[in-house]
Ligand binder design. Structure first.
Ligand SMILES: [Fe+2]
Ligand SMILES: [Fe+2]
Length: 171
């Protein structure tokens, strides 16, 4: 059974993962309207993954005798200045999520909750991969700069970039 303190901390993470999913969903919709189909698909998929992260937490909390709380979400931004701004936001957000996961791990150690500590290791690894992917995307975007043809190719190839990253993590 988890303590009330751990349940509260985990539910904070439920909120953060739900917010992540919501933010990436708004980004995906914006990119789709802008005609950036590759980027849009990438972000829709990313949004689904964040929802999965949220669900995994809810189920764990419930299994351990707590109550996974489904939170209200505020509306994410409607528009973005451009692709580079958007992906910089993604990177910043992932760094923030990693910080929060680290804080959660720290709370578990202080509370001597080794079961939750063990459960959270999956999130620790996931954040390493997500940050690496977001950095890779930003590196590519910096190379492209304002080149329109480069952006066209980026939109076409972003799916394979994500696939290469997940193939790397399985190897
Ligand atoms: Fe996540
Ligand atoms: Fe994430």
């Amino acid at each position: 059974m988890i303590s009330a303190k751990i349940a509260k901390a985990l539910n904070q993470q439920v909120l953060l993962e739900a917010e992540s999913s919501q933010i990436y969903l708004a980004m995906a919709s914006w990119a789709e309207v802008e005609g950036l189909d590759g980027i849009s698909n990438f972000l829709y998929k990313h949004s689904d993954e964040e929802r999965m992260h949220m669900l995994k937490l809810v189920k764990f909390i419930n299994e351990r005798g707590g109550h996974g709380v489904i939170p209200a979400l505020k509306a994410p931004p409607l528009k973005y200045k451009g692709i580079r701004d958007l992906f910089q936001d993604v990177l910043n957000h992932e760094i923030h999520v990693s910080d929060e996961i680290n804080k959660l791990v720290d709370i578990c150690l202080k509370e001597k909750d080794y079961t939750t500590h063990n459960f959270l290791q999956w999130y620790v690894s996931e954040q390493i991969e997500e940050e690496a992917l977001a950095r890779k995307v930003m590196d590519k975007l910096k190379l492209i700069g304002d080149d329109k043809a480069g952006m066209y190719i980026f939109d076409r190839d972003i799916a394979s970039l994500a696939a290469a990253e997940s193939a790397g993590e399985e190897a």
